[in-house]
Write a new protein. Structure first.
Length: 331
């Protein structure tokens, strides 16, 4: 796909776009947005993805260098350009490429057209999956896709500290994609919950699944608007400097980092397995074969066999790509 350009909504668009005549302008947040610093509020009885809203950036800046925002209730507000607690709601600017995407639009439950484009970390996984993924990582059985996701490593109260990029590696396991992330929420040491209904503190880690993104379609303008707040913790611009939006730190982040990270990792090069590890692969295959003989009906070692076979199938495929074919057979 040709290069697309990302931006933010303007005050005028929030007030006049056709898409917002059928949908509230308040923004729901992903777990990734909360973990990267979004100050969020729970609207409703359940603490799930659909009821957590937060403030988000618009692209307008006034003469006093205050930036227009929309607060968690959907009302106009403003913030200092070096604040970090606001979410980013990217928009894809109209182009020939967006016209092609809009051809595949579908009506959602609210009667608004949506399209799917790109992938991004969004929701945390449950505790059982966290344990499984952590075990796979520590034993070297997670495959890197070669793709990363970048956020600002400063905490919410590090005002005027510039941009310090931290990249999260994307891993593939059981045909799904994940990232591992340490806890750096906006609060200090208070408990908070994510969409998996688990409680966390500032220390620790979790895993998030990388899933397809949904974009609201404004048919009249051809603008694609992110349905959710995707990430947070990035300053709009350094303080006390009024510049056009295209010269801001936010624009740089959107079109240097995020625009590349929306691309599916299917287009990234598979990470090769080092041929020197062939003996380990063959040893694991021997174990897999023995487990299969001990438990031919798949009663006692179902999970262990599934994990081994999935890992071996992927790894042997990688070795073949790199010119080595193990003399083993996976059932």
């Amino acid at each position: 796909m040709k290069k697309i350009t990302l931006g933010l909504l303007t005050n005028e668009q929030v007030n006049n776009l056709e898409v917002f005549k059928n949908r509230d302008v308040k923004l729901y947040l992903t777990d990734y947005a909360i973990l990267t610093g979004a100050h969020h509020h729970v609207l409703g009885e359940e603490d799930d993805l659909l009821h957590r809203t937060g403030s988000y950036w618009l692209q307008d800046m006034d003469k006093s260098c205050l930036v227009s925002t929309i607060n968690y209730l959907g009302y106009a507000n403003s913030a200092c350009s070096d604040d970090r607690y606001l979410a980013i709601r990217p928009v894809i600017l109209p182009s020939e490429e967006t016209l092609k995407l809009i051809e595949h639009k579908k009506l959602n439950e609210n009667g608004i057209y949506e399209v799917a484009f790109g992938e991004y970390p969004q929701k945390t996984v449950d505790n059982y999956k966290v344990t499984t993924l952590e075990r796979m990582l520590k034993t070297g059985r997670m495959r890197e896709t070669g793709k990363t996701y970048t956020f600002d490593g400063h905490t919410y109260d590090d005002a005027s500290m510039g941009f310090s990029p931290i990249s999260l590696k994307e891993y593939m396991y059981d045909n799904k994609k994940y990232v591992r992330m340490d806890m750096i929420p906006y609060f200090d040491d208070r408990y908070f919950s994510l969409s998996n209904e688990q409680f966390y503190r500032r220390s620790g880690y979790t895993w998030l699944e990388v899933t397809p993104l949904k974009w609201l379609v404004d048919e009249k303008t051809g603008l694609l608007i992110s349905k959710y707040g995707l990430v947070s913790g990035v300053c709009f611009h350094k303080p006390n400097e009024m510049v056009p939006f295209e010269k801001t730190g936010m624009y740089h982040y959107l079109n240097t980092y995020m625009v590349k990270e929306l691309e599916s990792s299917t287009s990234y090069r598979r990470q090769p397995v080092i041929p020197e590890h062939k003996d380990v692969i063959e040893s694991l295959t021997t174990i897999e074969n023995k487990l299969g003989k001990l438990d031919p009906n798949g009663i006692y070692f179902t999970e262990e066999l599934a994990i081994l076979r999935n890992y071996l199938t992927e790894t042997i495929g990688d070795l073949k790509v790199n010119g080595y074919t193990p003399k083993v057979k996976v059932k």
